[in-house]
Design a protein around this ligand. Structure first.
Ligand code: FE2
Ligand code: FE2
Length: 286
């Protein structure tokens, strides 16, 4: 796998004043306490935290990882997201395809030299197509967290939504490490099933040329308990910790470019098509 030389700490390059934000402060994003979308968001997490067990995740890996569901190009898959509104997101009430271009354009402004990073911004949420193929949103969208071990307090709605989850009452699973060895590495940890892991599997299956930093962004961008709250480091190995600054760097754009100011997608398509042609060309298996 290709690892690129990324230079100094990526966070030093971030200039939030370049991003559209509807006048929102950073602290206004990810409000899980109130807001007009609260009920929809809470309900999505309630279902996720009730039904996502270790067994459920194993079953979803078996079901989706073979990439036998569709054949389409990357640009076609982005267009699919025109039909999807993410019901776990308290900041967005428009089609996910706009969020794809908003994220990519934010990265392009700050990192004009890193085409692979811009492309990751564009494609990171495409795994949400599972919701258009019959998977309920609670098994597609939202923050992720490890299953098979104790559910940490930094998971959203932790106190309210795990009451009916059988794994939450299972004494073997409900320890700090559960079924895992300390510092086993996130590659060996089963995350709650969703669009991050699915797209990672699609990228690997189709042998896409995105560097490892980008694959980590794709696979763990929704793992807020880790990248934002610093939990679950007892499961991380050195490689995970080395990649963490890049996942955090990605998160700034994923979150703070969310704006009702929608980009002109048709105008942007030729540029992003050239990145797709470079890193994940042709028809892909999904
Ligand atoms: Fe996402
Ligand atoms: Fe996103």
């Amino acid at each position: 796998m290709r690892v690129v030389n990324l230079g100094p700490d990526p966070s030093l390059a971030f200039r939030p004043e370049l991003l559209p934000s509807d006048g929102k402060e950073k602290s206004d994003f990810r409000n899980f306490v109130s807001g007009e979308l609260y009920e929809r968001v809470f309900n999505t997490y309630r279902l996720m935290h009730t039904h996502q067990t270790l067994d459920f995740v194993r079953q979803k890996h078996a079901e989706w990882s073979g990439c036998t569901h569709a054949r389409m190009t990357m640009m076609e898959s982005i267009q699919c997201l025109d039909q999807l509104i993410d019901e776990s997101d308290p900041d967005v009430n428009f089609a996910n395809s706009f969020h794809a271009f908003q994220t990519a354009e934010g990265i392009r402004k700050e990192h004009p030299d890193k085409d692979w990073f811009q492309l990751v911004g564009l494609i990171h949420d495409i795994g949400k197509v599972m919701a258009l193929w019959g998977e309920p949103q609670w098994a597609v969208v939202g923050d992720t967290y490890p299953v098979g071990c104790h559910f940490q307090n930094s998971i959203v709605f932790r106190d309210l939504t795990f009451v009916e989850n059988p794994d939450n009452k299972n004494e073997t699973l409900n320890t700090e490490c559960g079924i895992y060895e300390p510092h086993c590495g996130l590659d060996n940890v089963l995350m709650s099933w969703g669009h991050d892991e699915y797209l990672y599997q699609v990228m690997k299956f189709n042998k896409c040329l995105i560097p490892e930093e980008g694959l980590y962004m794709i696979r763990f961008h929704s793992f807020y308990p880790w990248h934002t709250h610093g939990h679950y480091t007892h499961l991380c190995n050195d490689k995970d910790l080395q990649m963490l600054p890049w996942v955090k760097e990605f998160n700034k754009f994923d979150l703070y470019t969310k704006s009702t100011e929608l980009p002109d997608v048709e105008e942007l398509k030729p540029y992003y098509q050239s990145l797709i042609d470079k890193f994940c060309p042709g028809v892909l298996l999904w």
